[in-house]
Design a protein around this ligand. Structure first.
Ligand code: NAD
Ligand code: MG
Length: 384
């Protein structure tokens, strides 16, 4: 079997860490050939020294001296946003794994597709923003999009190519740290409480999204684009243990689920080795300690993110990009303690209400809607 040569964008984050672990675990199947990060020069250098990637990229050019001083070999160094796009086009790479938080990975993703590489996508934001553009480009080029998000990777595993026979997709959600909190108390939760995810250890933005349930909302739209399933067939169920990573119900009423511990190395490895399954050192499920698996219906009225995302996904056009951009601004404001927790969805709703949706937007219209939503959300927060 051929080793897959992988470029990792967002190499210093939580997904980046897990990706490096997978590469270390299955060296005969995976080789890291490129690594990119925003500004953490120290961590990028450590990852490069360990993986011996032949190319690396640091977006924040001011840190290049730190980077060079810490490298113990001489990879090709790309810099800036332009460098990120160049490393996404790296010659002799088979796959680009996008693990950049937010939407900065959109252009590099399109660059990777254009140069004929498969795309492994952790950055759900780019599929929410521009799902049609990305999936159309991949289809036109004949490259694969492999989902890394655990739910979508689970669905991909369950489907095993049987797309046309789907009746329902059921995304599982942990429910986040506030699953059982009274609605009246949501206004006084702290940033620290919101950052304590019960089952997953992730970067700050997605952790806050998991607390509001916007993460699951974004994932509904992500599933729609990845699997070509209409929004009304994408449902959400709360599963506090995060062992069942999602389920597919087929036309005959049978349902398949994928299970493992909540460790992103499982989906990352499958995205890299697909269609093969390869032995590794990850812990198998231990039923003697697993305990109960529970499922419950989400509290839609107390966590409006799910209904907002359904509305955005069903309306389509530029509205998902607007929802995503407003959410990014509102989450950043919450992390800076400028707004309270419920203001996150209140801000998103306000911006969505003010937006005039453009149907079937091209990339420029999407980028314009994204910028408009960021400005609107910033203004809405300023008025608080
Ligand atoms: P993180 O905050 O831990 O890391 C973010 C990474 O993106 C860093 O390497 C950073 O250098 C890079 N980055 C940020 N802004 C950038 C920019 N402008 N240009 C280039 N690089 C930039 O985030 P994370 O938790 O690893 O999440 C990354 C993506 O994966 C997100 O879209 C998230 O929704 C998705 N995801 C994460 C998990 C998880 O377990 N962490 C699970 C599913 C999906
Ligand atoms: Mg997920």
């Amino acid at each position: 079997m051929k080793r897959k040569r992988v470029v990792v964008l967002g190499a210093t984050g939580s997904i980046g860490d897990s990706t490096l672990k997978v590469a270390h675990d299955i060296p005969e199947r995976m080789e890291i050939v490129g690594l990119a990060a925003n500004s953490n020069a120290d961590k990028l250098a450590i990852a490069a020294n360990k993986s011996r990637a032949r190319a690396i990229c640091l977006v924040d050019e001011r840190k290049v001296d730190v980077l060079r001083s810490k490298l113990d070999y001489e990879p090709k160094v790309f810099l800036g946003e332009g460098g990120l796009r160049e490393i996404a086009r790296l010659e002799d790479a088979d796959m680009v794994l996008i693990a950049i938080v937010g939407t900065a990975g959109l252009h590099p993703a399109l660059d990777a597709i254009e140069t004929g590489k498969d795309l492994a996508v952790a950055s759900k934001e780019i599929l929410v923003m521009a799902g049609e553009a990305v999936t159309d480009a991949a289809r036109a080029k004949g490259v694969h999009i492999l989902p890394v998000d655990s739910e979508h990777n689970a669905i991909f595993q369950c489907l095993d190519g049987r797309r046309s026979e789907i009746r329902r997709i059921i995304l599982t959600a942990s429910g986040g740290p506030f699953r059982e909190i009274r609605a009246s108390e949501l206004g006084s939760v702290t940033v620290e409480q919101a950052l304590k995810h019960p089952t997953w250890n992730m970067g700050p933005k997605i952790t806050i999204d998991s607390a509001t349930l916007f993460n699951k909302g974004l994932e509904m739209i992500e599933a729609h684009w990845l699997f070509g399933v209409p929004m009304d067939r994408v449902e959400v169920v709360i599963h506090p243990q995060s062992i069942v990573h999602s389920m597919v119900e087929f036309a005959d009423g049978s349902m398949l689920a994928q299970m493992s511990y909540s460790n992103m190395c499982f989906p990352i490895q499958y995205a890299v080795t697909w269609p093969d399954r390869v032995a590794n050192t990850l812990p198998p499920l231990d039923f003697s300690t697993l305990g109960k698996l529970e499922f419950e219906i989400p509290r839609y009225d107390d966590f409006p993110a799910l209904n907002l995302a359904r509305r955005a996904g069903e309306t389509g056009g530029t509205l998902p990009a607007v929802m995503n951009a407003a959410n990014e601004i509102a989450v950043a404001a919450f992390l800076k303690r400028q707004v309270r927790f419920p203001h996150i969805w209140a801000t998103v709703e306000k911006v969505m209400d003010r937006h005039r949706t453009v149907a079937h937007p091209d990339l420029d219209a999407i980028l314009a809607a994204d910028q408009w939503a960021r400005a609107e959300a910033t203004a809405a927060i300023g008025k608080k």
